[in-house]
Design a protein around this ligand. Structure first.
Ligand code: PLP
Length: 438
C-alpha cells in the first residue's frame, strides 16, 4: 500500500535505494543503466563533489528567503554561469525546475515590453511538436497536441509554426539549408499575420527533446530565426532545459548554432538530479529595463535561489567545466551514434538515428522507404520502455513524434561519464527490447 499519487496509477514501481555512476539500484539489488531519466543525470548518481557540496551547504544554511537575503552559492553560481554564457547574457534568475524557468521567461518578456513602453506586445510564437513544461503558461507555449488537448480550454492563446524536423518534413529535392530557411521564414509570416507590434517572443528548443526525440535544427535555421526576431524587435527565448548544460557537446546548446538568445532557460543537467533547480538567463538590456523601470520583476516563488540547490548546481558546473565534460559528451555522443547505427542502421523499422552529443533519438517506422509511422494503437513506445526496463535499461521512448498522435521514438540521454563498455551495454539492451516488442 502506498499513499503516493503516482504518475501512472496502474504501474508497480521498484524502489530506488542507491546510485553508482551511470546505474540506479533498486531495493532488490537490481541495477539499471540510466540513459533516459529525461536527461537529468549528467554526472551519474554518485558524484562525491556534488554530494559533499550539498552536505556542506545544509550544515551552513539551508534556506534564506531571497526577499531578504542573498546567499554565497547563489551568487557564485550566477557569476560562473554568466562567465560561461554566450553573448550578452548577464543576469540569472533561479527557479526550481524547467517549467518554472520557461514560465518566468514568458512573464519576463511581457514585463520587459511594458517597461519599455510597448504594452501591445503580448503574443508568443512557438513551434508545433515542442515541449516547454507542464504549468499552464509553459503548456500553452508547447506545441504537442496530446499534452495540450485536455487543458486546451484553459490555455493562453499562443500560436505555433512548423518545427525544423528534417527527417519527416523536408521534401525530397529540397536542400537541408533551403528547408531550414523556408521553415524559419514561417516565423516572419506569423509575425506579420499577428501584427509585428503585438508579438513579444519566439520560443524554441535548440535540440527538440521529449516530443521529437533529439532533433537538432539544420544549419542556418537559428541564424535566420535570430535575424527575423531582430528585424521585428521580438525576443528570442531558447529553451535549453533538456538539451543544455553540456549535453549536446557545448555547455550551452545554442553555441553550436552560433546564435545568442535574449532569454535562455536551463534546468535538468544544471542540478544533475542532486537538487531540483532551474534558471532563466537574460541580457543586460532586459535586466536594465526592469532595473531602470519598475525596479522589480513581478514574479517569484518561495524557493528561488535556494542555497542548497544553488550549492549543488555550483558543484555540478565546476565538475562540468573542470573536467571538460561537455567535450566528452560530444566525443562519447559520436561513439553512441556509431554504435546505434551499427546495431540498428539496417533494421527495417528504424527510420532515423539522430541527435547531438549524448542526446540521441531513434525514430521507429512501419516502413522505412515511405517513413510511414506505426499505428499508434500498437502502443510501441510504452512497450519498448517496459521491455528495456526489464533488461535493466532506463531510456525515454515517446509516442506522437509526428503530430502528437502518430509516430514513435526512443530518446537516449546517458550521463557524460558513460564508458565505452556501457555504450555497448546500452545498445545491446536496447536491441533486445526492440526485438522483443517488434
Ligand atoms: N522544457 C523542456 C525542453 C523540457 O524538456 C522540459 C521537461 O522535460 C521542461 C521544459 C519542463 O521541465 P520540468 O519538468 O523540470 O518542469
Amino acid at each position: 500500500m502506498s499513499n503516493i499519487f503516482p504518475r501512472h496509477t496502474k504501474s508497480k514501481l521498484p524502489v530506488a535505494v542507491a546510485g553508482d555512476g551511470a546505474y540506479l539500484i533498486d531495493s532488490q539489488g537490481r541495477r539499471y543503466l540510466d540513459c533516459g531519466d529525461a536527461a537529468v543525470s549528467c554526472l551519474g548518481h554518485s558524484n562525491q563533489s556534488v554530494i559533499k557540496a550539498v552536505q556542506d551547504q545544509v550544515e551552513k544554511i539551508a534556506f534564506a528567503h531571497t526577499g531578504f537575503m542573498t546567499s554565497e552559492p547563489a551568487e557564485a553560481l550566477a557569476e560562473m554561469l554568466i562567465q560561461n554564457a554566450p553573448g550578452n547574457l548577464d543576469r540569472v534568475y533561479f527557479v526550481s525546475g524547467g517549467s518554472e524557468a520557461t514560465e518566468a521567461a514568458i512573464k519576463l518578456a511581457r514585463q520587459y515590453f511594458l517597461e519599455i513602453g510597448q504594452p501591445d506586445r503580448r503574443h508568443v510564437i512557438a513551434r508545433r511538436q515542442s515541449y516547454h513544461g507542464n504549468t499552464l503558461g509553459a503548456l500553452s507555449a508547447g506545441g504537442n497536441a496530446w499534452r495540450r488537448a485536455q487543458f486546451a480550454p484553459m490555455l493562453i492563446e499562443m500560436t505555433h509554426i512548423a518545427p525544423c524536423y528534417e527527417y519527416a518534413e523536408k521534401p525530397d529535392g529540397e536542400s537541408s539549408f533551403d528547408y531550414g530557411q523556408r521553415v524559419a521564414n514561417e516565423l516572419e509570416d506569423e509575425i506579420l499575420r499577428l501584427g509585428p507590434d503585438s508579438v513579444m517572443a519566439f520560443m524554441a528548443e535548440p535540440v527538440v527533446g521529449a516530443t521529437l526525440g533529439a532533433v537538432p535544427a539544420v544549419d542556418g535555421y537559428f541564424r535566420r530565426i535570430r535575424e527575423i526576431c531582430d528585424k521585428y524587435g521580438v525576443l528570442l527565448i531558447l529553451d535549453e532545459v533538456m538539451c543544455g548544460m553540456g549535453r549536446t557537446g557545448h555547455l550551452f546548446a545554442c553555441d553550436h548554432d552560433g546564435v545568442v538568445p535574449d532569454i535562455l532557460c536551463i534546468a535538468k543537467g544544471l542540478g544533475a538530479g542532486y537538487q531540483p533547480i532551474g534558471a532563466m538567463l537574460c541580457t543586460d538590456g532586459i535586466y536594465s529595463a526592469i532595473r531602470d523601470g519598475t525596479g522589480f520583476f513581478q514574479h517569484g516563488h518561495t524557493y528561488v535561489g535556494h542555497p542548497v540547490a544553488t550549492a549543488a548546481a555550483l558543484a555540478v558546473l565546476q565538475e562540468l567545466t573542470s573536467r571538460n565534460l561537455p567535450a566528452r559528451a560530444g566525443e562519447m555522443g559520436q561513439k553512441l551514434q556509431r554504435s546505434l547505427e551499427d546495431a540498428f542502421g539496417q533494421h527495417p523499422n528504424v527510420g532515423d538515428i539522430r541527435g547531438r552529443g549524448l542526446f540521441r533519438g531513434i525514430e521507429l517506422v512501419a516502413d522505412q522507404g515511405s517513413k510511414r509511422p506505426f499505428d499508434p494503437a500498437k502502443g510501441l513506445a510504452g512497450k519498448i520502455k517496459q521491455a528495456a526496463f526489464a533488461e535493466g535499461l532506463i531510456c525515454y521512448p515517446m509516442a506522437g513524434t509526428r503530430d502528437g498522435r502518430v509516430g514513435d521514438h526512443i530518446l537516449l540521454a546517458p550521463p557524460f561519464v558513460i564508458e565505452d563498455t556501457q555504450i555497448e551495454e546500452l545498445t545491446w539492451k536496447l536491441g533486445k527490447a526492440i526485438s522483443t516488442v517488434l
